[in-house]
Design a protein around this ligand. Sequence first.
Ligand SMILES: [Zn+2]
Length: 421
Amino acid sequence: MDEIPGAFFSDYPLLIRLNPVIPFKTRGNAATSFSLRIPEKNVDSLKNLVVSEFLKYLETVRGGGVEPGLAFLYGKVPAKLGKLYRKALTDYVHRDYVTGIINELSELVEAPLGYSRGLVGALAAIGASNSLSECTYEILVYRTRDNYLRERCVDEESVKLMDSEFRDQTFLNYDYVNDKPLITPSGHNPVLLGIRGEDPAILVKALKTLKLCEEFEGWLIYRTNQGLNAHHVERGVEEFRPYQTGCVKGKVIEKPSVRLGGDVLLKLGDLENKSSLWVVFFKETGLGKVARYLVSGDVIRVCGGGKWWEDLGLVIHGDLLEVIELVSEVLKNPTCPLCGHRMKSAGRGKGWKCPACGYKSLTLGKEKVKTDRKIVAGTYRPADSAVKHLVMPQSRVGRKGSCDKQLISEWIYVRRGGRSL
Ligand SMILES: [Zn+2]
């Protein structure tokens, strides 16, 4: 902020991920916000600077359905924006809801470029600043502009070494199953890499151990809502709607089916058997390896996002599976008292008939049979390679996500000249 005298960052900028099942979103579904302390007389020049930089940036991302938005807020963050953040994280946000908020807060909020889908994210990211109960941090290293279209050059061995030294305080550095780094994004964008973790000072240390074989522009540490399952709000089976995220507890209704390609689909009913919905665990999450062995009557809790499938209706795309209670007995047809074969129904109200010896019975009832289960109760999380931004990876379970980390001097670094790290 060399250009604006007296302006300084009062805290880390925020990098916020929003509802991943909303159909109209940018890739990664991210929004950022930052708060500045600034002498009142310089506010206008700051706004002009931000708007002109934003418009310059727009030129580079034009097309592809991208619809970025920009918003300013003066003073304290109103509770209404915190509410908007939680809605944009877990639910569908209607345009009227946002314009309503802007009208109500017209003294404080400004949207200099008007309404766009991205404006929802911009306002939500401002609202998040006083609504996060847990936080993680990410250090993002930015590429120089001429490198955007080139392949990223980060030494993979150094990523593994960094992971072995810092994995207790960072997460999702390296995918050892598929043998590839997880810190480098794919595609043509300004980000060279990002290291996620709990402590900004550790992130800088971890970054400095990496061997980067391309020039970079600098780095920035963000406070984030990543890796925390922040989108997991509890919902009932009957109230879950498409485009909402959350967790739902219920009973497996029928034996799960394994679809072509390896995805596992199951029907989940509420505990009173009044309503039901579908759940899918995509193959890459690895959760299907457990889910396929569930049987009718098992009690589970599933978290994820709801989508609408033409053939099935509401389907929760699961990113967590908690197996709460496994049935240990199943009901089977009675065995024949004469020859021991399992009997068949002789038709509705006609009792049972033995297919082997022909014995018939009206009095026998179904038999409870102990069943061997291949799975055990517990919480199952997706494979690291399939963990999406908001989802808590197995390696982060049990960590505290403090939102109170103080700004460290190296939270931002802009390179002058062309030195390598
Ligand atoms: Zn028989």
